[in-house]
Design a protein around this ligand. Structure first.
Ligand SMILES: Cc1ncc(COP(=O)(O)O)c(C=O)c1O
Length: 407
């Protein structure tokens, strides 16, 4: 198993922050180490995991899709059935518990799709912490239902109007807040990125997804051939892959947002030669940067994958060849949502459907004795307004107009 704390992964990672953030990051690193080796902390994490998150989440044999695809056996880790609808809650619970142990009273977080914001707000409500969530204005427009739920949990949602008004701008605002407030505030980063020790910490809290999957496969006597997960910043993928990273098999496949094509601003894929090495938001990794090192615009139908950087450990594992990377387009993701809904009765989040779409291609090229496991990182209820507009078109718009007229 990889080291739990590590400043760098190959050439990527590190802690490139203003002087003012060095002390809180040092403190966090020490407290994280201490918490991990404290059985009381681990027991509390497990108890909340079971009672509040709903762990273990199920592993579904997608028999109908397997039959239709005609290749490998397809399994789906239904992580989207966790409380608040996505894997984000695993990390939120871990970090908020850690913050409480450190004596902090206030939680801040950034959010893109809103899933991390909803998860952090829910855990803050449960554990009695004040909570502020930074969210880009564009993402607020795309994910209105999640804003509603964050506010229901008692969080203050702060719209971010700078830059592209998406996730990276929300991260900037949250970092600015933290630099002025760390004495009583913890910043819960939502993906396996940012300055050290965040990538290690987020992977550790998300690795429950991989450990459970391993146990569930073992119980059924099944050996996986490939694990497939979507990659925004990379937290669901690295948590899913974690127990397998140091072994030669199974194949580990990360799927990025191919959006509408490979032109600048049309996608959010950083691997396979599209990203450049750079230092952004406190860590070194592969980012979508122009020739002057400025962050480029990104696009994905799924807000959660619409981010210009990838977590440093995945950037390293991709460069080292342990993790393969592929892309799925907006349209392929939408098709996958339809396929899994029709065949299996489960609704993939648009983010997770990128992994699902590519997994179908991988499975089709493998024999029936092979096994492909997809991490359905989230469920798609939050995407109703996007998916229905794309899939139902004018009839959905007509429904919305009728609803608006009724107000
Ligand atoms: C359901 C879901 N899956 C995946 C992601 C992408 O994040 P990550 O790559 O950190 O798992 C998000 C981000 O919001 C999400 O909501």
């Amino acid at each position: 198993m990889q080291r739990v704390y590590n400043d760098y992964f190959g050439e990527f990672g590190g802690r490139y922050v203003a002087e003012v953030l060095r002390a809180p990051l040092d403190e966090l690193e020490q407290e994280f180490q201490a918490a991990l080796s404290d059985p009381t902390f681990r027991d509390e994490l497990d108890r909340i995991g079971e009672e509040f998150i709903g762990r273990p989440t199920p592993l579904l044999h997608a028999e109908n899709t397997t039959r239709e695809t005609g290749g490998a056996q397809i399994y789906i880790k239904l992580e989207g059935l966790a409380n608040t609808g996505a894997h984000k809650i695993n990390n939120a619970v871990g970090q908020v518990l850690l913050a409480k142990r450190m004596g902090k009273q206030r939680i801040i977080a950034e959010t893109g799709a809103g899933q991390h914001g909803v998860a952090t707000a829910a855990v803050s409500a449960k554990l009695g912490m004040e909570c502020t969530i930074y969210m880009g204005e564009l993402d607020i427009d795309r994910q209105r239902p999640n804003v509603f739920w964050m506010e229901m949990f008692g969080a203050q949602v702060v719209p971010v109007a700078s830059g592209s008004r998406t996730l990276k701008d929300a991260v900037n605002e949250a970092l600015r807040d933290w630099a002025a407030s760390f004495s009583d505030t913890h910043y819960v980063i939502g993906s396996a990125l940012g300055p050290s020790p965040f990538p290690d910490m987020v992977r550790e809290f998300q690795s429950v997804v991989g450990r459970e999957t391993m146990d569930q496969l073992d119980t059924r006597g099944v050996t996986p051939t490939a694990l497939v997960a979507c990659v925004g910043g990379g937290s669901n993928a690295i948590g899913f892959f974690a127990p397998y990273i140091d072994t030669a098999s199974p194949r580990l496949i990360g799927v990025e947002a191919g959006g509408r094509g490979t032109r600048t601003g049309e996608h959010a894929a950083r691997m396979n030669g599209l990203g450049r090495s750079g230092i952004v938001q406190g860590y070194k990794s592969l980012f979508l940067l122009d020739e002057d090192g400025q962050v480029e615009a990104t696009h994905s139908l799924s807000a959660g994958l619409d981010y210009p950087g990838i977590g440093p450990q995945l950037a390293h594992l991709g460069s080292a060849g342990r993790v393969e990377f592929a892309r799925a387009s907006d349209l392929e993701a939408l098709e996958a949502v339809k396929t899994f809904a029709r065949n299996e009765g489960v609704i993939f989040a648009l983010e997770s459907a990128h992994g699902g779409a590519h997994a179908l291609k991988v499975a089709a090229d493998l024999p029936p004795e092979a096994v492909v496991v997809i991490n359905m990182s989230g469920r798609g209820d939050k995407d109703l307004f996007i998916a229905a507009k794309e899939i139902r078109g004018e009839s959905w718009n007509e429904f919305l107009r009728t609803e608006a007229d009724r107000i």
